[in-house]
Design a protein around this ligand. Structure first.
Ligand SMILES: [Zn+2]
Length: 290
């Protein structure tokens, strides 16, 4: 069932578990993620960046694929379709396209005041249509769709100011970065996470760049208030590894092994298996209707 992400994240905040927000790239991704969620009876967020929407054709194509899969596969668990790192303009395109949740990433705007002002406008427009809103304070390191930032720690007072606008969940930099973590990465700042949580109360907090953070640190972050974990690179690596194994074993040259339904199947299965592992790690399994 396609819903917004508010209720599922509130339940996660109360229950001290987290919901995976998995990035989709195409039909293979969306289908595998939905199968994993249904098998484990886990709520799930499927999210799409502007780059992945362009790859698929448009936000509308992405929304229609996810909506129709949910319906035709008879998915019973709550599924939110979320815009990941949207600009102000992207947000309105996604509201139009049928997304049930949006992230307005105002952390790259010229000033915090612009972020604040535009987040308020997004909250008003999205809530009028029952769509949930994620906002961001401070940059998150690494590169996502060509947008880089220094990975600063979010300012707790700024987090409170954004929270007070009525956003449904908030992304805040706590030392996390997008992509693969460098060897000299210093780890998450639990001190900063605690300071932010103290000022934002029961607002669900979001951890971006979930790939490659040691499991103990993820678990600790969940106990301290992280309710949404963004997963992108992890599933890309799982897909690439399985596809590489198929080709290196020469299976694409064996009979009709070149058939895309055979060629893509190992990667598709790998996405589903890895998504299930992560859902079990985050504790969202069996929480479909909590
Ligand atoms: Zn992100």
């Amino acid at each position: 069932m396609l819903v917004n992400a508010t209720a599922m994240l509130k339940s996660a905040e109360k229950g001290h578990y987290a919901i995976g927000a998995f990035n989709t790239n195409n039909l293979e991704w969306a289908s595998s993620i939905l199968d994993a969620a249904e098998e484990l009876q886990s709520p799930v967020i499927i999210q799409c960046t502007s780059g992945a929407a362009k790859w698929q054709g448009s936000y509308k194509v992405c929304a229609d694929i996810v909506k129709q899969l949910v319906e035709d596969k008879g998915i019973t668990v709550p599924v939110a379709l979320h815009l990941d790192h949207g600009t102000y303009e992207d947000v309105f395109k996604c509201i139009e396209a049928g997304f049930t949740s949006v992230m307005y990433d105002g952390s790259h705007e010229a000033s915090f005041e612009i972020n604040l002002e535009r987040t308020a406008e997004v909250v008003k427009a999205a809530h009028a249509k029952g769509i949930s809103v994620e906002a961001e304070v401070g940059g998150i390191g690494g590169v996502e769709d060509g947008v880089a930032s220094k990975g600063e720690l979010a300012d707790p007072e700024q987090c409170k100011a954004i929270a007070d606008l009525g956003v449904d969940f908030l992304a805040c930099g706590i030392g996390n970065i997008h992509g693969i973590y460098p060897d000299n990465w210093e780890g998450l700042s639990f001190e900063r996470l605690g300071e932010i949580k103290a000022l934002t109360g029961d607002l669900p907090l979001v951890l971006h760049g979930g790939t490659g953070i040691p499991v103990e640190q993820i678990n600790k972050a969940i106990t301290l208030g992280i309710c949404k974990l963004n997963i992108n690179t992890d599933l890309q690596l799982a897909f690439a590894k399985a596809t590489r194994a198929y080709i290196e074993a020469g299976k694409d040259l064996d009979g009709k092994g070149y058939d895309p339904r055979k060629l893509l199947k190992p990667g598709r299965d790998a996405i589903k298996d890895r998504t299930k592992e992560l859902m079990l790690q985050f504790g969202s399994d069996g929480k479909g209707w909590n």
